[in-house]
Write a protein that binds this ligand. Sequence first.
Ligand code: HEM
Length: 388
Amino acid sequence: MEALLQALQPLPFTLFLIVPLLFLLGLISLLRRRLRYPPGPKGLPIIGNLLMMDQLTHRGLAKLAKEYGGLFHLRMGNIHMFAVSSPEIARQVLQVQDNIFSNRPATIAISYLTYDRADMAFAHYGPFWRQMRKLCVMKLFSRKRAESWESVRDENEGQDEFIQILQEFSKLFGAFNIADFIPWLGWIDPQGLKLNSRLAKARKSLDRFIDLIIDEHMHKSKQGNVSDDNSDMVDDLLAFYSDEPKVNESDDLQNSFKLTRDNIKAIIMDVMFGGTETVASAIEWALTELMRAPEELKKVQQELADVVGLERRVEESDFDKLTYLKCTVKETLRLHPPIPLLLHETAEEAEVAGYYIPAKSRVMINAWAIGRDKNSWEDPETFRPSRF
Ligand code: HEM
């Protein structure tokens, strides 16, 4: 009996702490839930606003924002979606509360194509993403030599086939799949996509290319043919290669971090997708806008003639002095952001502008609409680099 009493003794003290804590947590959660969802168009039972799927583009969402405001709510099947079209709300989501909003949602297709988020772009915010980012910034993006990526480009001798594979990937990345929104309706294939077999086929085709690049680099390294002068970014990645993944947060990147073959393949893919269309679109739009504004074109040409001259190509070290060119790029990205809608996901529930955002919600930040926001920009539709 005495033993029982002794065992119970710490209990009142623990209860004294835990009960008020539970009460407090309950109260907070109750208050949170009392918050309303942001405004938004009314949905139907079960499917919610799924019939508005075709309006989930930067232009469609900008139109809806005129009616419902800078933060509005849609429900797509089981998933809550929030569209952000005002700079103040975007700052809340991307800066003030970035710890909650920094994950990216992955559809079933994206998870499959990225080897279950083995890359950086779709890795959840956490130790793996932080180490991956450190590695990319230090080793991959800091390289002065653009040729660092050349093996990835040159390897693709079957250019036409390679482009076709990339195009199929892009389609699959964006394909609507009802199973993402209402899992138990996954057997329906409304657009006749036959998604699963297309995914497997696309993955296999791209693997052929990337595996070849990796095998050749491994071979080169085994023969001791890799030196600082001739190493490229795939060699840099392979320096972290191991059969077993390992992540721990130490400053010594080389010892604390290991990449599997899937990680390496997925990073190469990130760069293929993240760094090609975006750059091409920015260049095309910059040239288009300059052709439409001959006065601006003259200013950029004059600056290039003054800083670089007509005898050589532009080098990275010139950029600091090419201020008008930089403003032109910024103005181009304002009007034509190559990724006009940023997709994020909430890691936990949150409150934004007095509204309730549940955990695991999708948040679409409309960079295109924010770049043209009338309250932030004077004469927003006009291309005017000097505003920067
Ligand atoms: C004009 C050129 C580019 C534009 C406009 C652009 C735009 C973006 C945007 C909007 C994001 C996502 C931000 C967010 O969701 O909050 C992003 C992420 C990313 N971009 Fe780019 N990008 C460009 C060039 C590149 C290049 C050249 C590379 C690779 C060599 C690259 C690799 C990546 C990667 C890996 C991520 C994911 C980063 C992370 O999750 O931490 N991008 N980019």
